[in-house]
Structure formats: C-alpha cells, structure tokens
Design a protein around this ligand. Structure first.
Ligand code: N01
Length: 483
C-alpha cells in the first residue's frame, strides 16, 4: 500500500511528484505503461516535432533551464525531461511497463486498488491520473484501411530509424503534427500527397537559437523567472480576444495569417484551398514558416476535401474523385481522442459509480481535477483545463496547488478521504460552460478536438490562466466532503 499512485511520467506527473517531494511526501510511485519514462515528448518522435510555446515558459517552475532555442525541439524536450528525472531523483519512483487497466475505490479500506496488466495490483490512499489529454491516438476508419500493404503508422507512433528516402508517401491530416512533419520530410521523399480535410490558420513562428551567453543567463534564477513572467503576461493578453472579442479576431488575428499565406503561396487555387472559413483560434493556431513553402514544392500533391480519401486500397489510396494513387507509406496525422481517451482505463468510485457513466454526456470535473464519487482521485489536465494561449504547464502547476491542498486537508482534518460535493462540481461545470458561450472555441464556426461529439467545448478553460490559477489556489473546504 502506497500513500499515492501517480499514473504517467509526463509533465503532469513530474509536476505533482516534485510538489510531493517538496512537502516530504515520498511514499509514492509513478506508473508508466511504456518501456521509457517522460510522456508525450518522449513518445512523439516524428520528424520536425517541436513545441509551439516559448521554452522558458514551457517548463516546470522548479528550476531554471538553459534552453538552446526559443521553441525547443523534441530531442531537447526529451533531454529536459531526463534532466529533471536526474536532478530530482525521480527515477527512484518510476515503474516502467506498468499499464493500468482498471482502478476501483475500496470504500471500506478508503483506498484505491489499481490493476495493472501482467503485474500485481497496487493500492494507495490517493490516485493521481496524469496520463495527458492527448495520449490516445486516433486513426479514422477509412474504408479499406486494413488492405494497405505498405507501411502505415500514426505520427504518435513514428517508427525508430525509418527512412522515407525516395518513397511515395501520403500524410493524412493538417493539424499541428502534420504541419511539422511535412516540411521535415518533403525533401527526403520521392512524392508527398498531403490530404487536408479542413485548413488551419497558420502564423509565423518567431523561433531563434539562443547564443551561448543567453543560455548561460537562462540558468540564472534572476534572469529566467522575470523572462518567464514577461512571456507569460504577453501570451495572457490573447485571452482577451479568444474569450471576450472573438469578432475582433476576424480582423486583427487573421490579418498576419493571410499575409503569410499571400507571401508564401502564389498559386491562387492552392491559396484558396488553404484559407479557413472559420474564425482564427477556433482550432489550434499553427505556427510555421516552413509549411507553405513545403506545400509548393514540385514533389507535393495537395488534396483538399474536394479530392480527399475515398478509400484505402492495397497499393495506396483512391481519392473521392476516383484517382488511384500508389503509395509506399501512409502517415496518419489524424490526432487524438481527447474525450473518451482522456482516461483510457475504467475508474469505479463509491457505490460502483463509474467515471464513464458520469461522463456519458461529456467529461466534467470540479476545477477540471476531481469528481464527486471518486474520493482521493485527481486528474491532471482533466476536462476544460486546456489552454490555447499559453503554456499547459501553467495549468498543470495550478492543479498541483489544488491537489496538494486537498491532500493537506485530509491530513489536517484527520480524515481518510476527500471529494468535491455534487453541488460544487455541478456549479463549477455550469460556470465553465456558461463562460464558454462567447468564446471563439464555441462560436468560431469550426469542429475541433476541443469539442465532444455533442459539440460542447470540453478541452479548454474559458478564461485567463491566472483565473484558473486563482480558483485552484483558493482551496474551498466547504466544496468538499471529507470522510
Ligand atoms: O491532431 P489534430 P494533431 N478524414 O486533431 C484530420 C498538440 N500538438 O496531432 O481538421 C480526414 O489537430 C483533421 O481534420 P479536421 C496541439 O495541441 C502540439 O495535429 O478535423 N482527415 C486534422 O487535420 C494540437 O492541437 C504540437 O477536418 C481527418 C488532423 O487529422 C494537438 O496536439 C505538435 C479525419 C488532426 O489534427 C493535436 O494535433 C503536435 C478523417 N476522418 C501536436 N480525422 C506543438 O506543440 C481527422 N482528420 C507544436
């Protein structure tokens, strides 16, 4: 029996682990289903993978870090993760190849039983899910998908040491992942077919390599934290448009995107196909200076929804126009299941109530973190904790504050368990969805992974990140039931 089980080893898990260690709570384990630790930035190794939030802000606040560039590439993010594991001795808590298949609340013992594939079950008083909102890849059910004889994989599962040299390749999707893969592989492949269902708004990416002297400064607290704060506040202003004045985005936000498109794509037909018909910000905004030039190369064929995937055949793809395309490789850049995939194993709480039943209509949670009938259970990056305008780590560290206070409340009150009341959860969820109504994610006229099948925005927090931080910081004991 442990005091705490953390499921996952990505940024969410690291943040809560560091907070526990800081409070001298060391009776915890971090369960990782893969054979390596580190979460999304270790798993997503596709060519071109890089973060689109400024690195000094896209890092845990525990310590400064000498980033080598403004927008870190995957390899540096993976190294950062390993450095954090080393520096704070997190390796000692990690159990690899521990794939959680079920968790059940034991009311009598006031603890969680966590079942793990091919391993003995574990028990703990507290259970913290930190599996990430985008860890369940989706490959759509294209007709004939199983017939394809060539190589095929999702961007999330890019094979190691796989050469695309001189191959005929199709990439399906045009989100953040596809946008990074396309420029990274276009010069290796013989021919690249890009299948875009919906265009994304693309803006320039002000990346830069930091000179050595800046890297040295980044290692100093007095430089790092003020810089972080400056980036944070600059990004925070975006919410004013996303939430309060989505109409303004049509004029102000779309202008730089249209300028970039005009500058980089001269073919009017391609330009039209790449121009979205929804408000910028409704889907995640893409940052890239290399996507459009890649799409104009001679070895690229661009397919929009007028000649999209009809079916997949043994040798490639037949488009909806009936054109047969021979392929060696199909890359699915088709995103993740952020609704059902938010927690991929069944969770059963008090009186056999299940999380999937509770989330039947859409995922919901008090502060996006806890649910009424699941005592001592917390969800890092849970429902409506996404943040389109700044670093996810700001949200993660806010949730950590709430969780740490909840754990402290259990100790202080000499109780065994804590859960939000039904009323508190309902009131928070109503607040989130009424605040959502005016946002660009809700009324921007697009479909996105931010929404559930029913059209409710379930991924984003509708406001400033400091509002969320304040809500998490101000722990309300009265919103909870303690046993
Ligand atoms: O996934 P997506 P992603 N037929 O869902 C298309 C983070 N991230 O992996 O737009 C045809 O955005 C789908 O089309 P449509 C970031 O938060 C960050 O690219 O639904 N096409 C879309 O084009 C991001 O938002 C970074 O019409 C189909 C694509 O597949 C999130 O991860 C890098 C289809 C999926 O795009 C997800 O990004 C990478 C179908 N049946 C990811 N189904 C950085 O930090 C889906 N599509 C830079």
């Amino acid at each position: 029996m442990h005091q705490i089980i953390i499921i996952g080893t990505g940024f969410g898990a690291q943040a809560i682990a560091l907070a526990l260690i800081k409070q001298n709570i060391t009776d915890f384990v971090m369960l990782e289903r893969r054979s390596f630790a580190g979460g999304t930035w270790k798993q997503n190794r596709y060519p071109g993978a890089a973060v689109d939030v400024q690195s000094p802000l896209y890092s845990l606040s525990a310590t400064p870090y000498p980033w080598t560039r403004m927008f870190a590439k995957q390899a540096e993010l993976a190294k950062y993760t390993d450095d954090m594991f080393d520096r704070f001795n997190l390796w000692a808590y990690i159990k690899l190849n521990h794939n959680v298949i079920r968790s059940v609340w034991d009311e009598e013992a006031q603890s969680w039983q966590v079942d793990i594939a091919d391993q003995p079950s574990l028990k703990a008083q507290f259970l913290i899910n930190a599996t990430g909102p985008l860890s369940t890849p989706v490959i759509p059910n294209f007709i004939g998908k199983e017939r394809f004889r060539g190589t095929h994989f999702h961007t999330n599962d890019w094979p190691a040491d796989f050469s695309l040299h001189n191959k005929k390749v199709a990439i399906i999707g045009s989100g953040a992942s596809a946008t990074q893969v396309i420029p990274a592989i276009v010069d290796q492949v013989k021919h690249l077919h890009v299948f875009q269902r919906t265009p994304h708004w693309v803006i320039s990416r002000p990346d830069m390599k930091f000179p050595k002297w800046v890297q040295r400064l980044l290692n100093k607290k007095w430089f790092y934290f003020p810089l972080r704060a400056a980036i944070y506040w600059a990004l925070e202003t975006r919410v004013i448009a996303f939430k309060y004045f989505p109409g303004i985005l049509r004029f102000v936000g779309e202008w730089p995107a249209q300028r970039l498109l005009k500058k980089q794509v001269s073919d009017p037909k391609l330009r039209a196909a790449l121009t979205p018909d929804y408000t910028i910000g409704c889907k995640r905004i893409i940052m890239s200076d290399t996507l459009y030039p890649a799409l104009t190369k001679a070895n690229v064929s661009f397919h929009d929804k007028t000649d999209g995937i009809g079916e997949i055949t043994a040798n490639g793809v037949t488009t909806s126009q009936g054109e047969s395309i021979d392929l060696d490789v199909i890359v699915y850049a088709t995103g993740f299941d952020a609704t059902d995939g938010l927690i991929s194993y069944p969770v059963t709480g008090i009186d056999q109530q299940t999380l999937s039943d509770f989330w039947h209509d859409y995922p919901r949670a008090y502060l996006g973190t806890s649910v009424p009938f699941c005592p001592n259970f917390f969800i890092m990056t849970g429902p409506n904790t996404g943040i389109g305008h700044t670093s996810a780590i700001v949200v993660i560290e806010s949730q950590v504050e709430y969780i740490m206070q909840a754990i402290k409340a259990v100790r202080d009150q000499k109780c065994q368990s804590i859960a939000p009341t039904v009323e508190a959860e309902a009131s928070y969820t109503n607040f989130v969805h009424s605040e959502m109504e005016n946002t660009v994610w809700h009324k921007g006229g697009c479909n996105s992974w931010y929404k559930s099948a029913s059209g409710k925005v379930i991924a984003m927090f509708p406001g400033f990140s400091f509002t969320f931080r304040k809500l998490c910081k101000k722990f309300k004991l009265g919103d909870h039931t303690l046993v």
